[in-house]
Ligand binder design. Structure first.
Ligand SMILES: O=P(O)(O)OC[C@H]1O[C@H](OP(=O)(O)OP(=O)(O)O)[C@H](O)[C@@H]1O
Ligand SMILES: O=C(O)c1cc(=O)[nH]c(=O)[nH]1
Length: 242
């Protein structure tokens, strides 16, 4: 993979934090898409005060920067799909208010349950209603885009309008082929990226705090040549055409 421009210090620091807390790990992992990956990003482990502060600050900064560059773009609700999106939407909403209270002080958050609750207040959703609201999805990782598509369906079913997506890591993989979806593995054909496809299909910005390219660059800077080699091999197998 070609080296992107030099990594900003805040990205190198975030990658170091992810490594030291085993959020970024190496081995053999079966993904939601059934692809077998030599690396894994477990955002469930941003579970200490300084870690959740670091990642929520990074999401908030990216959203704020995009909104500043695109002044007509704004949103009402951060929607965090269950499960890993749940702490992310709550903590990032708080960081947005800290960054600019006038602009973001009324941003709300919301998340779904994986199983519909049948007592008490009942239902699928927790937090702000999505009806008639401009909604940004905040999630951990995008690989084949299945989780994001499920989240988009929930927003639609709740009467919300999707206006953007942000993830912590874009794994820069190609969209799954029909044979992969049918459980027969990748057919090796050239295809576009998941993130590009989602952007095109839904016509919204798709932001990522870090990409696979950033992870590789950060690891290279730390002399982790062996891991970089395995990640590049995996990238060659699933790299998108664009
Ligand atoms: O782009 P995709 O190929 O869909 O894969 C990525 C998603 O899959 C996992 O979520 P999962 O649905 O397992 O939920 P979790 O938050 O409960 O771990 C992971 O946390 C990502 O959100
Ligand atoms: O594709 C996935 O399922 C996936 C990849 C990854 O790096 N982290 C994660 O939580 N899920």
């Amino acid at each position: 993979m070609a080296s992107p421009s030099p990594l900003p210090t805040w990205k190198s620091s975030l990658i170091s934090l992810a490594l030291s807390s085993q959020i970024l790990t190496f081995g053999s992992f079966t993904l939601k898409s059934h692809r077998i990956s030599p690396y894994f990003v477990n955002c469930g482990l941003f579970c200490r005060a300084k870690l959740i502060r670091a990642i929520s600050t990074a999401y908030a900064r990216e959203l704020h920067a995009y909104a500043t560059e695109n002044p007509t773009w704004t949103f009402d609700v951060l929607f965090g799909p269950a499960y890993k999106g749940i702490p992310l939407c709550a903590t990032t909403a708080e960081k947005l208010a800290t960054l600019d209270e006038d602009k973001w002080g009324d941003v709300a958050y919301s998340f779904n349950r994986k199983e519909v609750k049948d007592h008490g207040e009942g239902g699928l959703m927790v937090g702000e209603s999505l009806k008639g609201k401009r909604v940004v999805i905040i999630d951990d990782v995008m690989t084949a885009g299945t989780a994001i598509r499920e989240a988009i369906e929930i927003i639609k079913s709740q009467g919300g309008e999707l206006v953007g997506i942000i993830v912590a890591v874009d794994r820069q993989e190609k969209i799954p082929s029909a044979s992969e979806r049918a459980g027969r593995g990748d057919d090796g054909t050239a295809r576009g990226s998941t993130i590009g496809e989602v952007r095109r299909e839904f016509g919204v910005p798709v932001l990522a705090v870090l990409t696979l390219g950033d992870l590789i660059e950060g690891l290279r800077g730390q002399g982790r040549g062996e891991e970089v080699g395995r990640m590049e091999e995996y990238y060659e197998k699933y790299k998108p055409t664009e």
